[in-house]
Design a protein around this ligand. Sequence first.
Ligand code: OOG
Ligand code: MG
Length: 262
Amino acid sequence: MKLDISTINKLAEHLENCELQAHDTTKITDEHPEMDWDDAYAIQEAIKQRKIARGCRIVGLKAGLTSHAKMQQMGVSMPVFGFLADYFSVPEGGAVKLSELIHPKVEPEIAFVTKKALKGPGCHIGTVLAATDFVMPAIEIIDSRYRDFKFDLKSVIADNCSSSRFVVGGRARPVEDLDLRTLGVVMEKNGEIVSLGAGAAVLGHPAAAIAMLVNLLGERDEEIPAGTLILSGAITEAVMVKAGDSVNLRMQDLGSVNVRFI
Ligand code: OOG
Ligand code: MG
């Protein structure tokens, strides 16, 4: 760690205020180029603790930058993880208020819900599949607090990986009868196709993103409990949305999920 605890808390407060007040900021590594990976996750953790202290529940986890499409779009090269708070959850078919966000984008993702605890090291696709209760289609709404979505990995980790809202829906299905690699994904905005893909876009197999997350948390001696919702990361590039837009995500064998922006 390169930053002291008061700097970590100050940066957490700053980034969380940007989130809660929907205003953007310059990336924090501009002022703190010395910060390291542990500092970045410590800031994210401090944001989580601020929310818990205010009575928020943490309802899940997310992996991010797990596809080449996303890494290329954001100019970064390594997956990251963040947390999901209760108020991030939008009901299926629900409306997201743009006044609460800065510059949201939507991403098509496969959501996993676990039925057994997972702990690294050594977690692999097989462990993840054996511990998965069911998968569901998810639209993640990301909203980087950084101006123009311009950031580096440490800045985005500190900013809880741009987490902002998510919608899960469609059909919840156990993984036994699904090939998550060839699972086709079609996302439409206002009736026009804006992204197409298949599960394999995420690290070759979406369960590999969950395994990566489990192993990263294992380095901190943390386990993921049974019953956890985990977003495995965008299959395609994220797509900008504005007021009046309506987004539909269809996944092969998993039905569809919708969200509107007002
Ligand atoms: C970082 C979050 C990326 C994903 O699914 O890849 C992410 C960002 O692009 O702002 O959620
Ligand atoms: Mg995402």
